[in-house]
Structures are given as C-alpha cells and as structure tokens.
Design a protein around this ligand. Structure first.
Ligand SMILES: [Ca+2]
Ligand SMILES: [Ca+2]
Length: 383
C-alpha cells in the first residue's frame, strides 16, 4: 500500500492523539493508606498530619531554582462547583503528601541545553521513528509507512484559517512536522534565539526522565503536582480562587476563538517566558498554563473511581499500577497536568488545577514540557 501524507498523518494520530483528551475516571492504587474511620465529609477530614514531612529539613540545602513544598493534605480532583471539570477529574478523593522540593518554573530551553550539551542526549523527536514501538500502538496489520516518512519529527500547532465543523478532530490543528523538535519548536525553520527562558517543549516521557536522572531528581506524581499547584488553596478551581475573570492576568492560555483567533489578552499567543505571570502562594510559576507538564503517574481511566471508593486518605499515592484507557487500548499513557497556551474556555479549559490529560509516553508536542521534583531523603543521600 502506498502512503500519502493523509494516511501517514492518520498513523501519527494513532501514535499521538488517541492518547489525548480523555474523559472518564477511576482504579488501581499501590498506595499506603491512612484510615478515614469516621467517614467524615471532605471538609472534616483530619488525618494525622503529624506523620507528614511538613518542614524543610535543616540539614539539606534547597537546590538552586527549587523551593520546598510543605507536606499536607488535600482533596485531589475536581471541586464540586467546577462546571468545566471533565469526568476523569471525578470523583475526588483525599490525599496526604510528604513535603518535597520542586522546580520553581518549568524546565527552560537554557536548562535543557545544558543537559543536552553535557550528555549529547538526543530526544525522541530527534531520532527516526521506531516502527517496532509504533506498530504496537496501532491496530494489527497496519502496514509500515515509507521510510521517508519515518524521519525525526514532532507535532506542531497550526492555527485554523476558517471555522471548524467540530473540535473533536485534533488533526485540524496539529500537524506532523519533520524536523520539529525542542531546538526547532515551531518546525525545522524555527530556532531558540530569544527563547532561552521559555519552557522546553517536544519532550517525550523518556526525555524528561533522562534529564531527571542527569540532574538527580524525578518527575512529580500527579498528587504532588496537584497539591503544589493549589498552593494552599484547597477547595477552589484555580490557585487564586474561583474567579475566571482573572485568567488573563494569571495564566498563559488561549484567549479567543480556538483554534482560529487568539486575542492575546494575556500577552502571548504561544509560549511565554517562565515567570511572566504571578506565582501561586507556594511561589511556583506557570503550574497552570504555558505548557503541559509530565507527571510520573500512569493514566488509568479507573483510577479516581477506585481511590474514591476506598474511603481512605491516600498517603503519597504514586498512581495506577498499570496504564489503561478504553479509548486507546494499545497506548501506554502517563498523566500530564496544567494545560497550556492552547487551552481555551471554548475547548478543554485545562488551566484548572484538577485538569488532567492522558499522553502517550512517546509523544512529543509543541505544548508539552515538564518540571522536576526531589525528595529530601534523596537529596540528603546524594550529598
Ligand atoms: Ca496566551
Ligand atoms: Ca505549566
């Protein structure tokens, strides 16, 4: 069979986009649990937080560019009054997390450049497409595309010039671009000049892990990420409260008619330099908006439902044991958080703290980056 660009695009959609925007909830948990014997309401839950690591250890120096997130408890998932919450953000459940150190900003191009220079690392988007890996995510019998199509590349956002019949078909605004990668974020002719302090993008899961290993850190769990993003605001839609009118001053998202027109009311059409918007109360920047961020949790569409049914307070949950998503049964997906410059109120509205998305581990996209965390014990042991 011959592969024209259209069928090739379809293949890459199997790879990248079956992974996205999923909506259902629930499952496995390898977590230790704290009993919630009194079956209290959410507001009344009072776990023994004396067991949690809340204060920064005095014998550990905070790494440059990070800050201490004091441990605590919170309700993970959508708050009841969030009308834009997707089904897979529900039902919410109670979680306790120990304190940890977290990057103040998303990992920037300048930071990733240091890593790439020191190690010679090539990201997934910089390597030829691995057909053996790709075909496992496709229906059996899918023929291999022509080698010319399997060149290194990634997915780049393209604005639509005309109104779209629907917002379900992601291929209307995502385009496979040979030569696109973190060094060429908008396609082969683009570069990083003047973008050193923008978040790095086109980062697949293993790329994020490679950076973490080099710098001696790890990715946050979904629970750690969401707890940190809330910045102490435990029962609100956004870190600053519930006022959607403040979105443009607080978050780099998509203002206007997605994906056709962007008013840039918040100042940026695409990525913004990190720290372009106010921090949350913990001092973290761009937890919501700018670029999506990898977490270490498998995406499993049964995870939230199972956790909520357990009637326990999960202690340092690490996500589902295995990936599962009925809508992309061949994919291995992790949870990404925070939304990006492409999130609009007319579409995914994922600039809310409980928002989440499934992302295939080999996906690299123009709106996807990461930030790192490290536990006090790991930092102490590394010194
Ligand atoms: Ca924007
Ligand atoms: Ca972000």
């Amino acid at each position: 069979m011959n592969f024209d660009m259209k069928s090739t695009t379809s293949i890459f959609w199997c790879k990248f986009l079956f992974t996205a925007f999923l909506i259902f909830a629930t499952t496995n948990c390898r977590n230790k649990t704290l009993p919630n014997k009194n079956n209290n309401t959410k507001e009344e839950v009072k776990p023994n937080i004396g067991r949690l690591l809340t204060k920064a250890p005095i014998d550990v120096r905070t790494p440059e560019g990070m800050l201490w997130i004091p441990g605590g408890t919170f309700t993970q998932g959508a708050v009841p009054h969030d009308k834009e919450a997707m089904a897979h953000e529900k039902p919410s459940y109670d979680v306790a997390v120990d304190g940890f150190y977290m990057d103040i900003t998303e990992v920037t191009n300048a930071q990733f450049e240091k890593f790439a220079t020191a190690t010679g690392y090539r990201t997934v988007a910089e390597r030829p497409v691995d057909w053996e890996e790709l075909k496992m995510q496709l229906p059996e019998g899918t023929p291999k595309p022509n080698d010319s199509i399997m060149q290194p590349g990634s997915l780049v956002f393209k604005k639509s010039k005309t109104p779209l019949p629907n917002l379900y078909d992601f291929s209307q605004w995502w385009q496979w671009s040979i030569g696109a990668n973190w060094r060429h974020p908008e396609g082969p002719d683009s570069n990083l000049k003047g973008k050193e302090n923008q978040p790095v993008v086109h980062i697949a899961y293993e790329d994020a892990l490679a950076y973490c290993e080099w710098i001696g850190r790890r990715l946050p769990t979904e629970a750690e990420w969401e707890y940190a993003a809330r910045g102490g605001s435990l029962h609100t839609i956004y870190p600053w409260g519930n006022d959607t009118q403040k979105l443009a001053e607080k978050v780099n998202s998509w203002e206007g008619d997605f994906p056709i027109s962007n008013t840039k009311k918040d100042g940026f059409e695409k990525r913004a330099m990190v720290k372009s918007y106010p921090s949350n109360k913990f001092g973290l920047y761009d937890m919501t908006g700018n670029v999506w961020e990898w977490t270490s949790d498998w995406y499993n569409s049964n995870y939230y439902k199972k956790n909520a049914a357990s009637q326990t307070i999960l202690l340092n949950p690490e996500g589902a044991k295995t990936p599962f998503n009925a809508r992309s049964p061949y994919a291995k997906e992790r949870v990404i958080k925070g939304g990006s410059f492409l999130c609009s109120s007319s579409y995914c509205a994922s600039y809310r703290v409980s928002a989440r998305m499934a992302c295939s581990i080999d996906s690299a996209m123009e709106h996807l980056g990461f930030r790192t965390v490290v536990s006090a014990v790991d930092l102490r042991n590394s010194n």
